[in-house]
Write a protein that binds this ligand. Structure first.
Ligand code: DGJ
Length: 740
């Protein structure tokens, strides 16, 4: 598989193991899209796919080329103003106010591998052994503006990476009003738009609607990718489900304001545009300046959504996340947040850590409240030095004691924030983001630091480094607990203020980059009030994220199920917390809470010191069970079986080892229903000819039997009846092992 170029026709065929992406230089010198989908044979031309036909009421290229009408043509990176009235991929304003551009093809460059982007998180192929990158150069002669469209194929994961770079080689200042990472024009609109939407504490619920005429979009203007909409989306044929059918996946390697848009036009074609949200964005390009967009990830399969998730997940593991941790089993942890909130001292925490060690956990994570004089959420953000009264013996000694127990030590930071009640604010009130003459709006009684200022990034790097060095830290939970308002930087000129949202996130990336490079062995977990920044930009630095502040087992099963479409389970932090649950007040069993949390980076977030000895024993057994199967849970092939967003009550999923020798499936029900028929669970991904046992039972099953005839699952009522346990919110786990 490779990128094939027909030099004569200037036709580019990007071929992966199972997909083809084809485009060509058009009659007007710009780039036209030919095809994206299941792999097709390579040819020197596809006249059938690029036939021009005259349409009434359409603007033409010229009097001679009357049948070349942009609004009927699929394009790679379209502009507005020359007869295509759909939303464009970009817009540039000249000094004279004109917004018309003509980017004509100039040349291409084809290289092996995939370079990382400077200053932005990006995909990579550091060993040059997998990817191929094609860059198409186009030029607008009038403006002296060069556009590079970058395409990288990762053939074995059927992934294509796209991005654009603008270079002002002319003499006048230009302004980029928008610059998408990718555009895709599909020839029809018979697709379901599948998005992952929600709110704080109920992130990434799956919503599936058929495309309709007009624009439909998901986006964020919160300064983060957001809890409300995730940048991952799919377009699937209506009959596509997890097991079969045709589906495109789109994601963005970006953590700030984004917009994913699909426009169905008058001819029922679909234009997909993904990238930085054009609202609240502009970028000034002085002569000599460049602008690089974030990268978009595109993938396609005709084998259903499980396959799409698996191929994109494998791709992220090998070509996006920090390779230091990409294949390393993540530690089981105890986090004190939901157990103590900010009410703790060193003795209480040490008790905690000792109990955690006794129960088999591997890392103690100290959450919010260890710094400044923070005992409530209205103070000390920015003061990254220890809260002395809570650690009278010294923080270095405390960290030492944790390490001496044989535990790793993790710490919470919220680097991007500032409290009014802080030393930092006294010294640098101007570092707080606010617009001139306006009052700064608080959220969670805190404010945001101007991350566009290099001195802020330097301060945070130094302050965090001191703590990392002092405590020999193993892990950082990097939180971000508010949206950005009064977006303005006193360091930027009036003319550059619309650059602020993007410059903010570039500052965040810079801090991450410096810390990750300076402390390569520190594992980062990103967090934004739970899942508010669960995106590929963050994952580049922090290979896992706190999936949601909602740790209720039922809510979590929905959140993790939705998240699993776009992100592999090794990216999802998943903890067992106390009941009644803090977010929804629901009571679920310790068993079900663990059965959900197993399918991610597992830990506990409750007061283990106050548990009964029976419960502690259960925690010990759960931890041992997870540790035994950790590789499978974190890195196994993930299959969704029953979709709770469809049936409203039942969910099942499964992880399978690469060699198909082991699998663990789980089935969960929200409410128990009376007098149900026989239940069968259709196991996935096994070897049809291998014999397996289930939960160590004596009966042996062929893989084809478990997959096609299914596994009998007894009614939960039979097990819970008379035991005092509830059959609601119940769950079952099936450990499936090949017979040796
Ligand atoms: C929000 C996070 O999601 C929680 O897990 C916790 O770290 C709190 N912030 C601390 O303020």
């Amino acid at each position: 598989m490779a990128i094939r170029i027909e030099d004569q026709n200037l036709l580019f065929h990007l071929q992966t193991d199972h997909t083809s992406y084809i485009f060509q230089v058009m009659e007007n010198g710009e780039l036209g899209q030919v095809y994206y989908g299941k792999r097709v044979h390579s040819k020197s031309s596809y006249d059938n796919l690029t036939t021009r036909e005259w349409h009434n009421a359409s603007v033409a290229l010229s009097l001679q080329q009357n049948d070349f009408q942009l609004q009927t043509i699929k394009q790679e990176y379209a502009s507005l103003g020359k007869g295509d009235f759909r939303y464009p991929a970009y817009q540039v304003t000249q000094a004279n106010g004109s917004r018309i551009t003509e980017f004509k093809y100039e040349s291409y460059e084809l290289v092996d591998g995939k370079r990382r982007l400077a200053g932005l998180p990006s995909t990579f192929d550091d060993d040059n052994d997998d990817a191929q990158t094609l860059t198409i150069s186009l030029r607008d002669k009038l403006l002296g503006l060069v556009l590079h469209l970058n395409y990288t194929i990762f053939p074995h994961q059927d992934v294509i990476i796209r991005s654009a770079e603008f270079q002002n080689q002319g003499n006048e200042k230009l302004t980029l009003n928008s610059a998408a990472s990718a555009q895709l024009d599909l020839p029809d609109a018979d697709y379901d738009f599948i998005q992952f939407s929600g709110a704080w504490s109920r992130e990434r619920h799956m919503i599936r609607t058929h495309l309709r005429s007009g624009v439909q979009s998901i986006s964020s203007l919160r300064g983060t990718s957001s809890h409300q909409q995730n940048p991952f989306m799919m377009l699937a044929r209506p009959n596509t489900d997890d097991a079969s059918g045709s589906v495109f996946g789109f994601n963005l390697v970006y953590s700030g304001n984004f917009a994913d848009q699909i426009q169905v036009d008058q001819y029922d074609t679909s234009r997909v545009i993904v990238g930085i949200n054009p609202a609240e964005f502009a970028w000034n390009l002085k002569p000599g300046d460049k602008f690089q967009t974030p990268e978009a990830v595109l993938s396609y399969t005709d084998a259903g959504m499980n396959q799409l998730s698996q191929q994109m997940g494998a791709f992220y593991q090998n070509h996006l996340v920090n390779q230091r941790f990409a294949h390393e089993e993540r530690p089981t942890l105890i986090n004190n947040w939901e157990a103590t909130f900010m009410d703790f001292d060193e003795n209480k925490l040490l008790d905690f850590a000792k109990t955690a060690k006794k129960l088999g956990l591997e890392m103690f994570v100290l959450d919010d409240g260890w710094f400044g004089h923070r005992n409530a959420d209205n103070s000390s953000l920015g003061d990254w030095f220890v809260n002395q009264p809570k650690f009278p013996s010294g923080f270095d000694k405390f960290a030492n004691q944790i390490h001496e127990l044989g535990l790793k030590f993790g710490l919470w930071f919220e680097p991007e924030m500032i409290s009014i009640d802080s030393e930092l604010y006294k010294e640098h009130p101007d570092w707080l983001i606010n617009a001139p003459g306006r009052h700064a709006s608080p959220e969670r009684r805190q404010f945001v630091l101007d991350m566009t200022r290099p001195e802020v990034v330097d301060y945070l790097f130094d302050a965090m480094s001191k703590i990392i060095d002092m405590t020999k830290l193993d892990y950082i939970k990097w939180d971000m607990n508010r949206n950005i308002t009064e977006t303005y930087s006193s360091k930027l000129s009036a003319d550059d203020q619309l650059e602020m949202p993007h410059r903010y996130i570039l500052g965040v990336y810079q801090l991450y980059d410096r810390l990750v490079k300076a402390y390569p062995d520190v594992l980062f977990e990103s967090c934004s009030s739970g899942g508010g920044r669960f995106d590929l930009g963050m994952m580049y630095y922090a290979p896992q994220a706190w999936t949601s502040d909602d740790t209720d087992a039922v809510e979590r099963m929905l959140i993790q199920f939705g998240t699993s479409y776009g992100y592999p389970q090794m990216m999802m932090g998943a903890h067992v917390s106390a009941v009644p649950n803090d977010q929804v007040g629901r009571i679920t069993s310790l068993k079900t809470r663990a059965n959900v949390a197993y399918f991610g980076d597992f830990g506990y977030e409750l007061d283990i010191t106050k548990m009964s000895s029976e419960e502690q024993q259960q925690v010990k057994e759960q931890t041992a069970f997870y540790n035994e199967h950790r590789k499978l849970f974190q890195f196994g092939k993930f299959y969704r079986i029953e979709n709770p967003f469809k049936n409203g009550n039942v969910m099942s999923w499964e992880v399978v080892s690469d060699d198909k020798q082991h699998a663990i499936a789980a089935r969960y029900q929200i409410l128990n229903r009376p007098h149900t028929g026989y239940i069968r669970l259709y196991i996935k991904g096994l070897d049809p000819d291998t014999k397996y046992t289930v939960n160590g039972g004596s009966e042996q099953f062929y893989g084809d039997e478990l997959m096609n005839a299914g596994l009998f699952v007894s009614d939960i009522l039979h097990e819970t009846h008379g035991t005092g346990q509830s059959a609601d919110f119940n769950s079952k786990l099936f450990v499936i092992d090949a017979v040796k």
